[in-house]
Design a protein around this ligand. Structure first.
Ligand code: NAD
Length: 354
C-alpha cells in the first residue's frame, strides 16, 4: 500500500520524515488528527527492522493518541513520533536534532516519553524547542505518571461498579490485579483502603513482596492463574493482549478494568467478552490518567486541575456505557463512537472563524 493510501485509510493529516546526517537521526512524526487542538503523543525509540515497520508503528500509534486524547477530554489532537534506532545508542545531539525538527512544527506537535525514551532525553530536546512534556520535575515536568494513572483506574472501577452492581462502592468486592508494578501497586493501595478484597499476581517476586509488606492480608496467586481466578473485577495492569483466545474462556469475573494498554488481542475477543456478560472498560479511557497529566503540562502543570480532569474518567466511562446501550454495541466499540462524535461536534463549531 502506498503512503498516501495508508494516510487516507486511517485519516492521517501529515507525516514528517526527519533525517539529520551528522547524528544519524532518523525519525518519523505522524500527525493523525488536530481537530481538537495541537497534537500530543509520545516519542518511541526502537530498532525497527524496516522503514515500513517504523512508519506503520507511527501511523498506528498516532491514531491511538487521537482517540486517547479525545476520550479523556483533552484539547489535543493525536500524533506520535518514532525514532528509528537502538535506545542503547542515544546521544545528546541526536535528541537536540530531534528537538529542532519538533520545534520547526511550532507547537503543532508536542511529545514526550514512550517505549525506549526517558525524561532526560527530552531535557536535551528541550534545549532547542519548548514542545516537550514529561520532563523531570527539576525541569518543570509533572513527574511520575503512574500516580494519576492509578487514580483514573480507580475511578473507572467505580464507574464499572455503578454499571454492574448499581453502586460505586467497592467494599467487600474481590479485585484481582495482574501486575503490581508502578500502577498496579498503587491501585492495590486504593482498593484496600476502600475495603475491597485484593488478589495480586506478578512475575516479579520483589514487587509482590512490596505489596505484602504493606498489606499482609492480600491473596497472592501465580501469573498462570490470575486471569482465570474467581473475582468481581479483574484489573490487568501488566502487559498488552492478555485478553486473547487462550485466556478468554477462563475468565471468571464480572468486570475487566485495568491500566494495561491494548488488552484485547483483537476485536473478536472484545465481542466474546461482551457475549459472556462481562463488562470490559475500554483500556485507552481507563488508563488515560498519564496522558491527561502530561497534556496538562502544556498549560503549566497544576496537580489539582490535572487530578480533577483525571477524575472525569468516571463520567466519561458512564457515557461510553450509555452509548453502548443506546446503540446496542460492546463498550469497546462505543468508546470509539464517543471519540468520533466528540471530534465531529468540535469540527462543526470550528467553522466559526476567529
Ligand atoms: P510496570 O512495569 O511498573 O509494571 C508492570 C508489572 O507487571 C511489573 O511488576 C511486571 O513484573 C508485571 N508483569 C509482567 N508480566 C506479567 C505477567 N505475565 N503476570 C503478572 N505480572 C506481570 O508498568 P506500569 O507503569 O505499572 O504499567 C502497567 C501497565 O499500564 C502497562 O501496560 C503500561 O503500558 C500501562 N500504562 C501505564 C501508565 C503509567 O503511567 N505508568 C499509563 C498508561 C498505561
Amino acid at each position: 500500500m502506498g503512503i498516501f493510501e495508508k494516510m487516507e485509510k486511517e485519516g492521517h493529516e501529515e507525516i514528517i520524515f526527519c533525517q539529520e546526517k551528522s547524528t544519524g537521526l532518523k525519525s518519523i512524526i505522524a500527525i493523525h488528527d488536530t481537530t481538537l487542538g495541537p497534537a500530543l503523543g509520545g516519542c518511541r525509540m526502537y530498532p525497527y527492522l524496516t522503514e515500513e515497520d517504523a512508519l506503520n508503528d507511527a501511523l498506528r500509534l498516532s491514531k491511538g493518541m487521537t482517540y486517547k486524547n479525545a476520550i479523556s477530554g483533552s484539547n489535543n489532537g493525536g500524533a506520535k513520533a518514532v525514532i528509528w534506532g537502538d535506545p542503547k545508542n542515544k546521544t545528546e545531539m541526536q535528541f537536540r536534532a530531534f528537538g529542532r525538527f519538533v520545534g520547526s512544527l511550532k507547537g503543532r506537535f508536542n511529545t514526550g516519553t514512550d517505549v525506549g525514551t526517558y525524561p532526560n532525553d527530552f531535557v536535551w530536546a528541550s534545549f532547542e524547542a519548548p514542545y516537550f512534556v514529561g520532563l523531570p520535575e527539576s525541569y518543570g515536568g509533572s513527574g511520575d505518571t503512574s500516580i494519576l494513572t492509578a487514580v483514573g483506574v480507580m475511578k473507572a472501577i467505580e464507574a464499572c461498579c455503578v454499571e454492574v452492581f448499581g453502586s460505586a462502592e467497592v467494599k467487600g468486592l474481590t479485585v484481582a490485579i495482574q501486575g503490581v508494578g508502578k500502577v498496579g501497586s498503587k491501585l492495590a493501595d486504593k482498593l484496600i483502603d476502600k475495603g475491597a478484597k485484593v488478589i495480586v499476581s506478578d512475575v516479579s517476586r520483589e514487587n509482590v513482596n512490596s505489596v505484602l509488606e504493606k498489606h499482609p492480608d492480600v491473596t497472592v496467586v501465580s501469573p498462570d492463574e490470575v486471569l482465570g481466578v474467581k473475582c468481581d473485577i479483574l484489573a490487568p495492569c501488566a502487559l498488552g493482549a492478555v485478553l486473547n483466545e487462550n485466556t478468554v474462556n477462563n475468565l471468571k469475573c464480572r468486570i475487566i478494568c485495568g491500566s494495561a494498554n491494548n488488552q484485547l488481542s483483537d476485536e473478536s475477543v472484545g465481542d466474546k467478552i461482551h457475549e459472556m456478560g462481562i463488562l470490559y472498560a475500554p483500556d485507552f479511557l481507563v488508563n488515560a490518567g498519564g496522558a491527561i497529566q502530561v497534556a496538562d503540562e502544556l498549560e503549566g502543570f497544576n496537580k489539582e486541575r490535572a487530578t480533577h480532569k483525571v477524575e472525569r474518567i468516571y463520567d466519561n466511562l458512564l457515557e461510553v456505557f450509555r452509548i453502548a446501550k443506546r446503540d446496542n454495541i460492546p463498550p469497546y466499540k462505543a468508546a470509539d463512537r464517543f471519540v468520533e462524535e466528540r471530534i465531529a461536534a468540535a469540527a462543526k463549531i470550528k467553522t466559526i472563524k476567529l
